[in-house]
Design a binder for this molecule. Structure first.
Ligand code: FES
Length: 105
Protein backbone atom coordinates (compact mmCIF):
# COMPACT_ATOMS: atom_id res chain seq x y z
CA UNK A 1 0.00 0.00 0.00
CA UNK A 2 1.09 3.58 -0.54
CA UNK A 3 1.09 6.22 2.14
CA UNK A 4 1.15 9.91 1.39
CA UNK A 5 2.84 12.06 4.01
CA UNK A 6 2.02 15.77 3.92
CA UNK A 7 4.06 18.22 5.97
CA UNK A 8 2.47 21.18 7.74
CA UNK A 9 3.66 23.44 4.93
CA UNK A 10 2.21 21.28 2.18
CA UNK A 11 5.13 19.18 0.98
CA UNK A 12 3.92 15.77 -0.13
CA UNK A 13 5.85 12.54 -0.25
CA UNK A 14 4.36 9.25 -1.33
CA UNK A 15 5.98 6.09 -0.07
CA UNK A 16 5.39 2.38 -0.56
CA UNK A 17 4.97 0.41 2.66
CA UNK A 18 4.67 -3.30 3.42
CA UNK A 19 1.40 -4.57 4.85
CA UNK A 20 1.88 -5.43 8.51
CA UNK A 21 4.41 -2.71 9.18
CA UNK A 22 3.40 0.53 10.89
CA UNK A 23 2.97 4.02 9.51
CA UNK A 24 5.77 5.11 11.85
CA UNK A 25 8.13 2.49 10.42
CA UNK A 26 7.29 3.57 6.88
CA UNK A 27 8.09 7.16 7.86
CA UNK A 28 11.41 6.12 9.41
CA UNK A 29 12.37 4.05 6.38
CA UNK A 30 11.73 6.99 4.09
CA UNK A 31 13.35 9.76 6.07
CA UNK A 32 10.17 11.61 7.03
CA UNK A 33 11.67 14.20 9.39
CA UNK A 34 8.52 15.16 11.23
CA UNK A 35 8.20 11.69 12.75
CA UNK A 36 10.83 11.27 15.46
CA UNK A 37 9.60 8.04 17.09
CA UNK A 38 12.04 8.26 19.95
CA UNK A 39 10.71 5.21 21.78
CA UNK A 40 10.89 3.03 18.69
CA UNK A 41 7.20 2.18 18.61
CA UNK A 42 6.50 1.33 22.24
CA UNK A 43 3.67 3.87 22.49
CA UNK A 44 5.52 5.80 25.17
CA UNK A 45 7.05 8.88 23.56
CA UNK A 46 4.32 10.47 21.40
CA UNK A 47 6.96 11.84 19.01
CA UNK A 48 5.37 9.88 16.20
CA UNK A 49 2.17 11.96 16.38
CA UNK A 50 0.35 12.47 13.10
CA UNK A 51 -3.08 13.38 11.72
CA UNK A 52 -4.99 10.78 9.76
CA UNK A 53 -7.04 12.14 6.87
CA UNK A 54 -10.73 11.75 7.74
CA UNK A 55 -11.37 9.56 4.71
CA UNK A 56 -9.35 6.79 6.38
CA UNK A 57 -10.07 7.17 10.08
CA UNK A 58 -13.01 4.73 9.89
CA UNK A 59 -10.91 2.07 8.21
CA UNK A 60 -8.58 1.51 11.14
CA UNK A 61 -9.10 0.36 14.71
CA UNK A 62 -9.63 3.14 17.22
CA UNK A 63 -6.82 4.21 19.51
CA UNK A 64 -6.61 2.11 22.66
CA UNK A 65 -6.48 3.65 26.14
CA UNK A 66 -2.69 3.76 26.27
CA UNK A 67 -2.51 5.56 22.94
CA UNK A 68 -5.28 7.95 23.99
CA UNK A 69 -3.39 8.79 27.18
CA UNK A 70 -0.28 9.52 25.15
CA UNK A 71 -2.26 11.66 22.72
CA UNK A 72 -3.25 13.84 25.68
CA UNK A 73 0.40 14.93 25.84
CA UNK A 74 0.95 16.00 22.23
CA UNK A 75 1.37 19.67 21.44
CA UNK A 76 -1.34 20.22 18.84
CA UNK A 77 -3.99 17.54 19.28
CA UNK A 78 -6.86 17.27 16.81
CA UNK A 79 -9.80 14.88 16.54
CA UNK A 80 -7.87 12.85 13.98
CA UNK A 81 -4.63 12.70 15.98
CA UNK A 82 -2.99 9.29 16.17
CA UNK A 83 0.36 7.86 17.07
CA UNK A 84 1.76 6.55 13.82
CA UNK A 85 3.50 3.61 15.56
CA UNK A 86 0.05 2.30 16.51
CA UNK A 87 -1.33 2.32 12.96
CA UNK A 88 -0.76 -0.98 11.20
CA UNK A 89 -0.51 -0.70 7.44
CA UNK A 90 -3.08 -2.86 5.63
CA UNK A 91 -4.24 -3.09 2.03
CA UNK A 92 -7.41 -1.31 3.15
CA UNK A 93 -5.36 1.77 3.92
CA UNK A 94 -3.86 2.02 0.43
CA UNK A 95 -3.45 5.66 -0.49
CA UNK A 96 -3.89 6.90 3.07
CA UNK A 97 -3.00 10.53 3.66
CA UNK A 98 -1.05 11.28 6.83
CA UNK A 99 -0.56 14.91 7.81
CA UNK A 100 2.39 15.82 9.95
CA UNK A 101 2.35 18.26 12.84
CA UNK A 102 4.42 21.42 12.64
CA UNK A 103 6.17 20.75 15.89
CA UNK A 104 7.29 17.35 17.05
CA UNK A 105 9.22 17.35 20.26
FE1 FES B 1 7.01 6.42 20.49
FE2 FES B 1 5.07 6.01 18.70
S1 FES B 1 7.18 5.82 18.42
S2 FES B 1 4.89 6.57 20.77
Amino acid sequence: PTIKFVTHDGNEQEVEAESGTTVMQAAMDNGIDAILAECGGACSCATCHCYVDEAWTDRMPEADEIEKDMLDCVLEPQDNSRLSCQITVTDDLDGIVIRLPESQY
